[in-house]
Design a protein around this ligand. Structure first.
Ligand code: PLP
Length: 388
């Protein structure tokens, strides 16, 4: 019913992934497998709703309608068994801007903010650029992927004001279990630490794994947390710039909204509103089909690496289309790794140290592309490491 095999030319569309690779990597004609967006078209219902809106032709200031909040609320109930009242929702142009607002709203300069590492880099950068103290809590890399070092977390939470959680986790694709989140939440609650949970990858959880929204576990957790969700990763709408921030605690929500007003945020753009509502209302079937396609791409990637590039170890993600690959057995530096990938393999991927020192020696491969592109990418990886 939905074809993800169809190759769509993305060059010359101002795509960061396809048009900016040379600027970021300094090399021409490499296959871009880095930025976390997908090469697929958005769900047909989203394209239809936006086309209709384009045809209307008037693009004046657009309000955030109650119907969008209701659509998201229904989505969260159906997909994540989480009952969210529309009044708990605020909106933003992205999860990253929302995290910045949360830092401004709930902490003061020099306050300690705990962040796991390796992680999506803006989580570190936002803390530092806002003059807060970054307290890194390194994750443990095990056979099962990343795990939280509980003793270290207990220590690091002392005197902290906030914990920035990435759930599911990027990179590595761990879907934190309800038990892990309960332990984490209990520790934060005891120490009065606000949990800001970036759940942008939640809808991309791959069965049989199941995402548990942090705030859904317990009323006490809901009361001390801010959850960021978005239709942008799920439905490949990053260019629309839209995120929802769920804050059940009324006083915290007031503080968040006041910070947004100080920053001059007023409303979303017309297409974010139209696209998000159509996606949440009609995108479920498309998403299920997408997840099946992604699962197959992951299987293909892992088995190719297992059989053809034996010194590499692909971490099978429990969520997301980003495969974290351990290259440490090659025994080369990250600079050498990068050179081989760019110049010999002709492929651009994210280098692990971008996600924190703990990520050094790993690479992150974005497999949200057609199978044809993926085959090409895997062959390029093999070429890059031939003879090593
Ligand atoms: C964990 C995480 N949070 C946030 C973002 C970006 O969110 P936004 O585009 O809504 O700012 C990404 C994108 O890769 C991500 O991986």
């Amino acid at each position: 019913m939905y074809s993800f095999d169809h190759v769509i030319e993305r060059r010359h569309t101002y795509s960061v992934k396809w048009d900016e690779t040379e600027r970021f990597f300094g090399v021409k004609d490499v296959l871009p497998m880095w930025v976390a967006d997908m090469d697929f078209q958005a769900p047909p219902a989203v394209i239809e709703a936006m086309t209709k809106r384009v045809e209307h032709g008037v693009f004046g200031y657009t309000a955030i309608p109650r119907s969008l909040k209701e659509a998201l609320s229904e989505w969260l109930t159906t997909r994540h068994q989480w009952t969210v009242h529309p009044d708990w929702m605020s909106f933003s142009t992205g999860v990253v801007p929302a995290l910045a607002t949360a830092i401004e709203a709930f902490t003061s300069p020099n306050d300690r903010i705990v962040v796991f590492s390796p992680v999506y880099p803006p989580l570190f950068q936002l803390v530092q650029k806002n003059g807060r103290e970054l307290v890194k809590c390194p994750l443990r890399f095990t056979e099962k992927g990343y795990e939280i070092n509980w003793d270290d977390l207990q220590e690091k939470l002392k005197g902290a004001k906030m914990l920035l959680l990435c759930s599911p986790h990027n990179p590595g694709g761990r879907v934190w279990t309800k038990e892990e989140l309960t332990t984490l939440g209990t520790m934060c609650l005891e120490k009065g630490v606000i949990v800001v949970s970036d759940e942008i990858h939640a809808d991309l959880t791959l069965p049989p794994f199941q995402h548990t929204p942090f705030a859904s576990i317990d009323e006490a957790f809901a009361n001390m947390s801010v959850t960021c969700v978005a239709p942008t990763k799920t439905f490949n709408l990053a260019g629309l710039q839209c995120a929802s921030i769920i804050i059940p605690n009324r006083s915290l929500k007031k503080q968040f909204d006041a910070a947004q007003q100080r920053q001059g945020f007023f409303t979303l753009n017309t297409f974010a509103v139209v696209g998000a509502e159509a996606a949440y209302r009609h995108g479920g079937e498309w998403l299920d089909a997408l997840l099946m396609y992604i699962q197959k791409n992951i299987e293909m990637t892992c088995s190719f690496i297992d059989t053809s590039i034996q010194k590499l170890r692909a971490v099978r993600p429990e969520a997301t289309y980003l495969v974290w690959i351990d290259c440490r057995e090659l025994g080369i530096t990250e600079q050498q790794l990068k050179q081989l990938l760019l110049h010999k393999g002709k492929i651009a991927v994210e280098m692990g140290s971008k996600f924190g020192e703990e990520g050094r020696g790993f690479i992150r491969l974005n497999i949200a592309c057609t199978r044809k592109t993926l085959e090409d990418a895997l062959n390029r990886l093999a070429v890059a490491f031939e003879g090593l």
